[in-house]
Every structure is written in C-alpha cells, then in structure tokens.
Design a protein around this ligand. Structure first.
Ligand code: GDP
Ligand code: MG
Length: 179
C-alpha cells in the first residue's frame, strides 16, 4: 500500500526573520543534527518526516524558506493549504521578536485556512545572552492565540515538543485533520 493510502499528510511552515534558526530547528527535528556553520544559502525547500502523535501516524511536509525571508515576504504559494505554522524568533535578538507582528500579518493575508494552528518558538536558549524573557514570549503567544515553547536547535531542548504539540493541536481541530 502506498504511503498516501494510510497517512494523512500535513503541510507545516516555518517562518520568521533570517538567522533565527529555522533551518537548524528543521534539521534537528528531521535528521537530529546541528551544524554550527549552517549557511543561509543551503536552506532546504522542504523535508518530510512521519511521526505518531496520540496513535495518529502523520506524515509532515515541513516547508523551509530557503533564504527567501530576507526579502521580508514569502510567496502566496508558500502559505497555501498549510495546516500549521511555526513562527520562530531568537531569544538573544530583540529585533527578531519585534518582527513577529509583521510575520503574523503576512500569514493572515495569505493563509488559506483561517483556523491554521500557530506555534511560537523562542530559539537559542542555550546562549548566555538573552534579550527576550520567557514571559514576554508567553504573553505574545497568548495575545495571538498561539502555542508557545522555548527551544534550542543546538541542544535539542523543546524541538521535538514544538512539532508534536503543533500536530496534536491540528489533530484536535475539526476541519484541519479530517478532510
Ligand atoms: P535561519 O536563517 O532562520 O534558517 O537560521 P539558521 O538555521 O541558518 O541559523 C542561523 C545561525 O544560528 C547559524 O549559525 C546556526 O548555527 C545558529 N543557530 C541556530 N539555532 C541555534 C541554537 O539553538 N543555538 C545556537 N547557539 N545557535 C543556533
Ligand atoms: Mg534557513
């Protein structure tokens, strides 16, 4: 039997400012590796990973930006049909936190599903330096009805949880899961 016969495929996006660690989070999640020299130019287009959440075997097609976010906007086709989005900022760089509103606006403009599930991820918590507190991240997420987690692509903290909680919420959302 082909995969498509048994698995529901979900489209997940990773968005946020350039350099916050989107590609690193994706690589950590799919390949369990971290490359400190991660170059913006070798960003992947998308990766596929199958996970089981609460007994539901789910195939995730996770879309990375391949560096396009440097132009501060992504194409409408990037957003089309996505059930979940991971919005990333860098806890050591306040500017990336300040840009979250811009990314949410773009998401609202282009998302074709109004009930798309959103996960806010504060990345790079392994670093000594910090410019955005956990409370600030949590408050932002609450204000915008998002899930929230702090993470480190370098140490793995929170990475698996971020994807699993997102998928769990999608499964619980009628109209997103059963199509
Ligand atoms: P992107 O532009 O959002 O895809 O960001 P990248 O994944 O290319 O990461 C940008 C830089 O931050 C790279 O040098 C990564 O090695 C580094 N980086 C990403 N995640 C982490 C993290 O959790 N901790 C630390 N210390 N560095 C990270
Ligand atoms: Mg990247």
């Amino acid at each position: 039997m082909a995969d498509s016969d048994v698995l529901t495929t979900l489209k997940i996006l990773i968005i946020g400012e350039s350099g916050v660690g989107k590609s690193s989070l994706l690589l950590r999640f799919t390949d369990d590796t971290f490359d400190p020299e991660q170059s913006a130019t070798i960003g992947v287009d998308f990766k596929v990973k199958t996970i089981t959440v609460e007994g539901n075997c789910t195939k995730l097609a996770i879309w990375d930006t391949a560096g396009q976010e440097r132009f501060r906007t992504l194409t409408p086709s990037y957003y089309r049909g996505a059930q979940g989005v991971i919005l990333v900022y860098d806890v050591t760089n306040r500017n990336t936190f300040a840009k979250l509103d811009m990314w949410l606006n773009e998401l609202d403009t282009y998302s074709t599903k109004t009930d798309i599930v959103k996960m806010l991820v504060g990345n790079k918590i392994d670093k000594e330096k910090r410019e955005v507190s956990r409370e600030e991240g949590l408050n932002f997420a609450r204000r915008h009805t998002m899930l929230f987690i702090e993470a480190s692509a370098k140490t793995k903290d929170g990475v698996q949880c971020a994807f699993e909680e997102l998928v769990q919420k999608i499964i619980q959302t009628p109209g997103l899961w059963e199509m």
